[in-house]
Design a protein around this ligand. Structure first.
Ligand SMILES: [Zn+2]
Length: 240
């Protein structure tokens, strides 16, 4: 039986029987995997803590015929304070859902894991607008998956976006940015964004995963930034 050592965080847990659980783990090097955590629901279990939602651990696994099995685990970070804050936890649920739907097994997810851990750390410990943190995660996550939007110039006429430009328009049906002039043809399908949001998006695309959460944005722009983050994720997840 070949044992595999990984680091990862539990992003879903489902009861399998009275004592066993199936957990979904965002790992460092082998993608998002499904593991049988045998006996994890017993209070005496050595993997009781490590098999819980949002616990980051080092796992020793072996591969069975359908999924991995947890041989042993030792927790590294529990995110305890985050998990007892319902408002913050309710923001994290959709993030774990999008990780599950957009990542696969057998791919290197080291950067995505690091990004997610950083997001959780900032949400738990740093006094920063939570909606800003969530959207930094969303945008960088999609960029790491290869979906960086083109934001240097208008996708229709090619003009360069300048600060003088009052607003930038995000076409959420085509995942493209437009200038004011080009957006006039059909205003219904565009989200109007202040230039500051475009600068923020550019920063997220270009910054290293470790630095991305140092971004700050005026409170006035958070709503627009959130609208973009949601629309961008919807476009990638549902094609709308
Ligand atoms: Zn244009």
């Amino acid at each position: 039986m070949k044992l595999i050592k990984i680091k990862g965080i539990v992003i879903k847990e489902v009861a399998y029987s009275d004592y066993d659980k199936i957990i979904t783990v965002l790992s460092d090097e082998i993608g998002t995997i499904t593991c049988m955590a045998k006996g994890a629901k017993r209070t005496s279990s050595a993997i009781l803590a490590s098999s819980q939602y949002l616990v980051y651990s080092e796992f020793i696994l072996f591969k069975g015929s359908t999924f991995y099995h947890v041989n042993s685990a030792s927790s590294i970070s529990m995110f305890y304070h985050l998990k007892i804050d319902f408002d913050k936890l309710s923001l994290v649920f959709p993030l774990t859902k999008s990780i599950i739907s957009l990542t696969d097994e057998n791919v290197d997810t080291t950067k995505i894991l690091k990004l997610f851990l950083n997001a959780l750390y900032v949400l738990e410990n740093i006094d920063k607008n939570n909606i800003l943190v969530v959207n930094i995660f969303r945008i960088k996550f999609l960029c790491l998956l290869g979906y960086s939007p083109h934001i240097i110039n208008c996708n229709k006429c090619g003009c360069n976006f300048k600060e003088a430009e009052e607003k930038i328009y995000y076409d959420y049906l085509n995942n493209e940015f437009m200038c004011t002039e080009c957006s006039k043809s059909d205003k219904k399908r565009y989200i109007k964004l202040p230039f500051a949001c475009l600068v923020a998006i550019k920063y997220i695309i270009l910054s290293d995963t470790n630095k991305v959460f140092s971004l700050s944005l005026k409170e006035d722009y958070i709503k627009d930034f959130d609208n973009f983050g949601q629309a961008f994720l919807n476009y990638i997840t549902h094609g709308v």
